[in-house]
Design a protein around this ligand. Structure first.
Ligand SMILES: Nc1ncnc2c1ncn2[C@@H]1O[C@H](COP(=O)(O)OP(=O)(O)O)[C@@H](O)[C@H]1O
Ligand SMILES: [Mg+2]
Length: 281
């Protein structure tokens, strides 16, 4: 069972998923500084999902993966405890949105393979189920492009083309067969990702995304490993840190989290707490 990573005196909750890989198994933990308003308060009235649907109606539609190869909430054999854990994470995120107006959230971790992409995908699917909450999931990891490989045709136009100025915004959006869930793949470019994120377009892409969508989740690279993360996070309003159980030294993690902009830190997702084969990085 995970323990609070920060001694913030806030609420900590643990959600355990059943232990039978490759089905999801996780402990989701949040540390908060104060209680937040109820989820319902975050939902504004208005046909935003319909406006978004009409705006992107000409964009190609993809089917999200539903195989048992990856522990996805879209999967036919998904674990109901896992789904509940992601829904709980969603509830907490929506409370933060209600209290702080956060609409763009970057998902990161200390090291590789801690579950950033899996968390971003599953959280986005769960958020899209909320009434009138159109969600955009962006693959901000232009090097590994693992979200793109998971959900879209890898050759599609995506974020890299937008940041390079070679494609219009709408060309980088794909609709999914999960209503109200849209994806922006990584795309491709010969320009190094750090240079792309250094330009002004990343800011404009996120601003535009916040106009069209009520939740924008950015699957990112690890903290500290690459300059990309700082550039991505600088334009996002919230940061979620995924920690794979037993993967990181506690002190190293505390130091890394301490270096983040504390006003943006939403919480810590304690992932796969009971995976027996989880190894340190
Ligand atoms: N809670 C979990 N239960 C089972 N498998 C998981 C869990 N979290 C991550 N994985 C698996 O671990 C691998 C790495 O996860 P991923 O989300 O790609 O990490 P990251 O994006 O941080 O590099 C993937 O194969 C993913 O399916
Ligand atoms: Mg990833």
């Amino acid at each position: 069972m995970g323990k609070s990573l920060e001694n913030s005196g806030g609420v900590a909750e643990h959600l355990v998923m059943e232990n039978s890989s490759p089905r999801p198994e996780a402990v989701v933990e949040f540390a908060r500084r104060k209680p937040l308003p109820c989820e319902e308060d975050s939902l504004e009235n208005g046909p935003q999902c319909e406006i978004t649907r009409l705006h992107f109606s000409n964009c190609p539609q993809i089917e999200l993966p539903r195989t048992a190869d990856a522990p996805l909430v879209t999967g036919a054999s998904h674990d109901s405890a896992a789904v509940e854990a992601y829904k709980s994470l969603r509830t907490r995120l929506l409370r933060v949105q209600a209290s702080r107006g956060v609409r763009s959230v970057v998902i990161t971790s200390l090291g590789r393979s801690e579950g950033k992409t899996l968390t971003a995908f599953n959280l986005a699917c769960c958020c899209a189920q909320v009434e009138n909450l159109p969600v955009l999931l962006i693959d901000g990891d232009l090097r590994s492009r693992s979200l793109t490989k998971l959900v879209t045709n890898s050759s599609s136009v995506g974020l890299a083309e937008l940041m390079g100025g070679t494609a219009p915004y709408e060309d980088a959006i794909v609709r999914t067969d999960v209503p109200n869930l849209y994806v922006m793949g990584a795309g491709t470019s010969n320009v190094p990702s750090t240079e792309l994120f250094s330009g002004e377009r990343w800011n404009r892409i996120l601003s535009r995304s916040r106009e069209h969508f009520r939740m924008v989740l950015v699957d990112s690279v690890s903290m500290g490993a690459l300059a990309d993360f700082e550039l991505i996070a600088a334009e996002c309003e919230g940061i979620l840190v995924v920690v794979r159980a037993r993967s990181a030294a506690r002190e190293e993690l505390k130091t890394a989290i301490g270096q983040l902009d504390s006003s943006k830190l939403i919480g810590v997702v304690w992932n796969a707490g009971h995976l027996k084969n989880a190894k340190p990085y």
